[in-house]
Write a protein that binds this ligand. Structure first.
Ligand code: DUC
Ligand code: ZN
Ligand code: ZN
Length: 484
């Protein structure tokens, strides 16, 4: 009788704190032993010369989210999760959405049904588009009790955005319930002002999308949400920090002691606004919000990562095909930028790009890579230590990584249902050859072998990292209505 179902032998294990040579013994989908020369396994995997890393956690992914049309999200959970696993990711956090005027429960039930075909594990942030008093008082407590412990609010985008007053109500409710508010921070009215002026001036090309939302649009809003979080003593996660000034706002908030965390995304580390100016209509492939910025902003983000101000890197995977009636070109090859759907695909590319641009180029070390791609997200979203690390008792979610393999990124390698990748032709060093979710191979030697439906929903209970500090800027706690 073998001691283990599977032993990964002879690899170099890396966590967010340590790098060491060790076998990994797996039983019933869980890591049960670490050490050299482990006993027999029903199966062995020889990882000599390879890194054995915690499977990635991509905590910001738009998979199979319905839109009002005519454009569509290209991925199902079957294709999106295949793509994630090809890039070494074993857990995704996606978005369930409340329809305006609709209930939260309906949005969650519909998204759980879509996610049932996921090959990897998943959890959701709840997008709140209509935080009415009855929703806050009745539905949100139920939602949190069911393990949905993070909300996303948008301060821009027609159809999704809420007012500052509503954002304060959501923050106060999250504080009471022990949930984390994640924020899309851009100044809506300013974007609209720019947009009207650009259209009136006939400046409508894809590159003008970036002109409509310069950094001040983002940095002002990041400053504002940090102030709101400070006043209500509410921890927040600022999504997709795209460059220097907004990262500096996060740094200033952290220096004041606030629980404000910043996320950036692959695209802000390797793309710039110049990509929106590619010949023809190709720039449409790079339309996302916030817009990609400059090389100086990329350098600033790497520096903020080095300083620990930015602690996780996600894909913000939001795939729209380029061609076809539901694609980025749905309104024609001369459509104004306002009609190009926002978002880039990036599930499979995230970890290889970060490994290559970060680790291989010497900007970060291996534990920092692990933290940025898995461990911090696991901690911040209440999945640790089950996910995001290699430890006794953790799920055997592993990426077995060839650190020297050189790969040129192509759409075919991404394995999603999109028809292009914004990273086409980019050369990377380092590639995940095998990805395991709870001990079961989902990708083996670069081929998707995991069944649709292997993934499980991850409910998230209370956890201390997002507890409020109990510190207010004045003598009054406005959330509970009491003096402090
Ligand atoms: N920005 C978002 O906030 N969400 C999806 C796509 C995008 O570009
Ligand atoms: Zn967003
Ligand atoms: Zn997003």
């Amino acid at each position: 009788m073998p001691d283990f179902d599977l032993v990964i032998r002879n690899g170099t294990v890396a966590t967010a704190t340590d790098v060491f040579d060790s076998d990994v013994g797996i039983r019933d989908g869980v890591i049960v032993a670490l050490g050299q020369g482990l006993g027999a396994g029903a199966q062995d995997y020889d990882a000599r010369g390879k890194l054995v890393l915690p499977g990635g956690i991509d905590s910001h992914t738009h998979i199979a989210e319905p839109r009002t049309g005519p454009t569509a999200n290209a991925d199902s959970f079957a294709s999106g999760s295949a793509s994630a696993a090809l890039g070494g990711t074993t857990t995704v956090i996606g978005f369930a959405r409340q329809a305006r005027g609709g209930s939260i429960a309906a949005g969650v039930a519909e998204h759980l049904a879509r996610a049932a075909e996921s090959r990897i594990d998943y959890s959701f942030h709840m997008i709140l588009t209509d935080p009415r008093p009855d929703i806050l008082a009745e539905e949100l407590p139920n939602l949190v009790a069911q393990g949905h412990r993070s909300f996303k609010i948008f301060l821009t985008y027609e159809g999704a955005r809420i007012s500052d007053a509503e954002a304060l109500d959501v923050m106060a409710t999250a504080r009471r319930l022990g949930a984390l508010v994640c924020i899309h921070a851009e100044h809506h009215d300013l974007i609209m002002f720019y947009t009207r002026a650009l259209l009136a001036a006939g400046l409508t090309a894809p590159k003008h999308h970036a002109w409509a939302k310069p950094m001040v649009v983002e940095s002002e809003c990041v400053h504002r949400v940090c102030a709101m979080a400070e006043a209500l003593d509410v921890p927040i996660q600022v999504f997709h920090v795209s460059g220097a000034e907004s990262a500096e706002e996060i740094a200033r908030a952290q220096a004041r002691g606030l629980k404000v965390w910043g996320e950036t995304c692959t695209q802000y580390l390797v793309l710039t606004a110049e990509d929106l100016d590619r010949p023809g209509f190709e720039g449409a492939k790079y339309v996302c919000s916030p817009a990609p910025r400059s090389q100086a902003d990329q350098a600033a983000l790497w520096e903020m990562i080095r300083r620990g101000v930015i602690q996780n890197v996600t894909s913000d995977h939001a795939p729209t095909r380029y061609a076809g009636p539901d694609g980025k070109t749905a309104f024609g090859l001369d459509a104004p930028f306002t009609q190009i759907p926002n978002g880039l695909p990036g599930l499979a590319a995230r970890m290889p790009i970060l490994f290559s641009e970060g680790m291989v180029k010497g900007r970060i070390d291996l534990p920092t890579f692990v933290s940025l791609t898995a461990t911090h997200a696991a901690k911040l979203f209440g999945l640790h230590p089950r996910k995001g690390t290699i430890a006794i008792g953790s799920d055997a979610d592993l990426a077995i990584w060839d650190p020297t393999k050189r790969v040129t990124l192509t759409q075919a390698l991404m394995g999603d249902a999109n028809d292009h990748t914004p990273y086409e032709g980019m050369a990377v060093t380092g590639w995940p050859e095998t990805t395991l979710v709870r001990g079961v191979p989902v990708v083996e030697h670069g081929r998707v072998v995991g069944a649709a439906g292997h993934g499980r929903f991850l409910p998230r209970g209370p956890y201390p990292m997002i507890a409020p500090r109990g510190v207010f800027p004045g003598p009054f706690n406005p959330v509970d209505g009491v003096a402090v």
